[in-house]
Design a protein around this ligand. Sequence first.
Ligand code: 5GP
Ligand code: ZN
Length: 115
Amino acid sequence: MNDNCIFCKIVNKDIETEFVYEDDDIVVFKDINSQAPIHLLFIPKKHIETLNDISDEDSVLLSKMLMKIRDVAKSRGIAEDGYRVVVNCNRNAGQEVFHLHAHLLGGRGFSWPPG
Ligand code: 5GP
Ligand code: ZN
């Protein structure tokens, strides 16, 4: 728990947020500023600031996050058409919240290369 972190506050339920999914390790909720018909955030409960800060001890946690993305994409009906998973890291990627999170975006087409 980091007292200044908005996602830690969401995990802690200090900020009321409807969870799509929660278990002992991860939480899934809708992005407040949705960029696609489906735009969900997958976050570890553990405060990890960026992808640069993951360590070997996080490997099971990160695997669980990816598996949950797979499951939710399937249950939301976007697995076959396809979807995009984004992890922004630091300034050049435009990371705004420094608590590791993966965006799951789906329900429309996405261009490549990204902007
Ligand atoms: P980043 O640019 O760091 O990868 O993305 C942070 C994301 O968190 C943004 O898409 C933003 O809309 C979302 N976000 C920021 N604050 C909140 C919040 O309080 N609640 C929710 N549900 N999403 C948030
Ligand atoms: Zn945090």
